[in-house]
Design a protein. Structure first.
Length: 204
């Protein structure tokens, strides 16, 4: 474990040790393959850390990984993977603000037509905001109000569809992330066990 965190130890030499140890145990692993494997597992760890930091406030959508604690110990001093808490907090707050801004607008059935929560055409809004209606314009005013109802309904439908699309995209990304983690778990389980044995031997 200390060799992973020691900047004076050349990683290429460490990969050669890993390759030799695995070859002795009957696994043909080249130095480049060992390097790529560690890089892929580090990328998986970084992805999970970023995802869990974003979900820290709600606790929903967090991802677990059976090798997470091992890489957390190895990479705990790596600033590229574990940024300072202030940056994580700022990112979380920014994400929270963006999420709140995407909430669909709710309109009560009793909301007057001049409520600014729904955009309307300037001419129609001016007509609706007018305090007095002459008898000659009363018929046209009623017609304008009726025309506004489909327009408001259309805008609300667009907002709902946009929100649904955003949620579906988030679920799709989370599903892909989980599938990627599960696939990595399947491919890395046996090789990581050998890596743990080698690290334990290097500490003795």
């Amino acid at each position: 474990m200390p060799k992973f965190r020691n900047p004076q130890v050349k990683k290429k030499l460490l990969w050669e040790e890993i390759s030799q140890a695995m070859n002795i145990r009957g696994y043909s692993v080249a130095v480049d393959a060992a390097d790529r494997k560690i890089r892929n597992m580090k990328a998986t760890y970084r992805t999970i850390v970023d995802n869990n930091n974003k979900k820290k406030s709600t606790g929903k959508g967090r991802i677990s990984w059976e090798y997470f604690s091992i890489f957390q110990d190895i990479l705990r001093e790596d600033k590229t993977v574990n940024p300072c808490p202030l940056m994580s907090s700022t990112a979380s707050e920014t994400n929270s603000v963006n999420t709140n801004n995407t909430k669909p607008t709710r309109v009560n059935n009793n909301t007057p037509l001049n409520e600014p929560s729904i955009d309307v055409e300037p001419e129609v809004q001016t007509l609706c905001n007018s305090g007095s209606v002459t008898p000659t314009s009363s018929v046209s005013s009623v017609g304008s109000q009726k025309c506004n109802k489909p327009q408001k309904a259309t805008q609300l439908d667009m907002l709902r569809k946009r929100q649904l699309q955003i949620e579906e995209d988030k679920l799709s990304e989370l599903k892909k992330l989980r599938e990627s983690v599960e696939e990595n778990n399947k491919l890395q389980r046996e090789k990581l066990e050998i890596l743990k044995l080698m690290i334990a031997q290097s500490n003795t």
